[in-house]
Design a protein around this ligand. Structure first.
Ligand SMILES: Cc1cc2nc3c(=O)[nH]c(=O)nc-3n(C[C@H](O)[C@H](O)[C@H](O)COP(=O)(O)OP(=O)(O)OC[C@H]3O[C@@H](n4cnc5c(N)ncnc54)[C@H](O)[C@@H]3O)c2cc1C
Length: 370
């Protein structure tokens, strides 16, 4: 099978499994309570070259393998969001080929020295990116930025924020990307899941930003954002089926050990068949997402398939984490059980990076149905 060979990456997988079990699993509970992961974790991941995958070395297929292994070894989608925020913060900079921006922001992020965020969403504009209102007005060698961004991953810790701003006319044609380092205020947001990943609202009040921090050309931001969304959506799809796989593994073990009415739970056919059904859905989602990721990696135009991949994996994940909590009984509802965290963490996957309905609408348009 092509996808299996393509995704073997045995050494990388072993490296990531060891890293996760050594540096993440023993501390994740504390980071969930702290509301963020420490900066040293970025440095440790960088020492193993994990933060440079997809940029300085490796490709999307390596990145898929890394995501699978971190989550299936006891990490979480929230941990991925916190530690790999550079995956959404620097690709536009990398693609722009601007050596100055790469040197000041992208490479320090890859070395784990700086934390970057991507700020697109605003209180009044989420799914509809083209309607953002944060303005950047040119003033000599600066842009003056005013507006608000919200739900920004790693926004509390960020040393730089790749920010979508309006430099031109209303609509998608007037958007640019600008890297902003300071001069704005931050408010930490409390949320349902992804507790180890800090999320912030950012407020910009006439913030002066050097014009040399413009990423790519002025008013080309919308296209840059949409191009990178492909990779973000694939990553979220992988997070979804990997979370489902982890939840299934934990649940299979639980049902083998837990006895009710004088026998292990798994000895009830309704339970073993439910586990088999979960495994079937995960395998179907994984196979499809991996195949689409390989196509994106080859540079093929497969926007429709990326929509299908994200939605299929998210549906699978939602169903599996729900069943995992159910089969854990009361313990599934307790903070001390890992499936409880996956249940909460999974909820964002069908909202962020393009909500499920938005994915379906995009696919419908691509297919000529809408
Ligand atoms: C934990 C977390 C982390 C995030 N991190 C970031 C980040 O780092 N950077 C960033 O820029 N953003 C980030 N976001 C924002 C995220 O991308 C948005 O929440 C998402 O795009 C949806 O936008 P919205 O919340 O404004 O919902 P809205 O656009 O108001 O949509 C609300 C709901 O309506 C439905 N809907 C929307 N449009 C349609 C339609 N056309 N047809 C049918 N139904 C529709 C969907 O169900 C959608 O969930 C994050 C969000 C969360 C919760």
């Amino acid at each position: 099978m092509i996808t299996k060979d393509l995704y073997e990456r045995k050494e990388l997988r072993q490296l990531v499994r060891d890293f996760t079990r050594r540096e993440i699993v023993p501390h994740l509970g504390r980071w969930e309570r702290d509301g963020e992961v420490p900066r040293e974790l970025h440095k440790k991941a960088a020492e193993l070259d994990l933060l440079g995958i997809g940029f300085e070395h490796g490709d999307l297929v390596d990145s898929v393998a890394l995501t699978e292994e971190i989550i299936q070894s006891g990490g979480s989608s929230g941990l991925m969001a916190a530690l790999f925020t550079l995956g959404i913060a620097i690709p536009h900079i990398w693609q722009s080929g601007n050596e100055d921006l790469k040197e000041r922001f992208a490479r320090p992020a890859i070395r784990g020295e700086k934390i970057g965020s991507l700020a697109v969403t605003e209180p009044g504009a989420g799914s509809d990116v083209a309607s953002i209102r944060t303005t950047a007005v040119r003033d000599g060698d600066f842009y003056v930025v005013s507006g608000e961004k919200t739900f920004i991953t790693s926004g509390c810790r960020a040393d730089f924020v790749t920010t979508a701003v309006r430099t031109g006319e209303p609509g998608y044609q007037g958007i640019s990307l600008l890297v902003i380092e300071d001069g704005f205020t931050r408010r930490k947001l409390d949320k349902m899941g992804w507790h180890c990943s800090d999320t912030a609202e950012l407020h910009f009040d006439n913030v002066r930003v050097p014009a040399k921090n413009l990423v790519g050309e002025e008013n080309q931001g919308f296209a840059q954002i949409m191009r990178q969304f492909q990779v973000e959506r694939i990553t979220m799809a992988v997070e979804a089926y990997a979370t489902a796989q982890r939840a299934l593994d934990l649940t299979a073990e639980w049902t083998r050990n837990r006895e009710t009415f004088g026998k292990p739970l798994i000895k009830n056919q309704v339970v073993s068949h439910r586990l088999a059904g979960m495994a079937q859905k995960i395998d179907v989602a994984r196979t499809y997402v991996r195949e689409v990721a390989a196509r994106v990696n080859r540079g093929e135009d497969c926007v429709t398939e990326v929509c299908f991949a994200k939605n299929a994996a998210v549906e699978t994940c939602d169903e599996v984490v729900d069943a995992a909590v159910q089969l854990h009984g009361g313990m599934g509802y307790m903070r001390e059980s890992e499936v409880e965290r996956h249940y909460r963490d999974a909820r964002i996957l069908g909202i962020g990076g393009g909500a499920s309905e938005v994915m379906t609408e995009l696919a419908a348009r691509r297919l000529g149905f809408a």
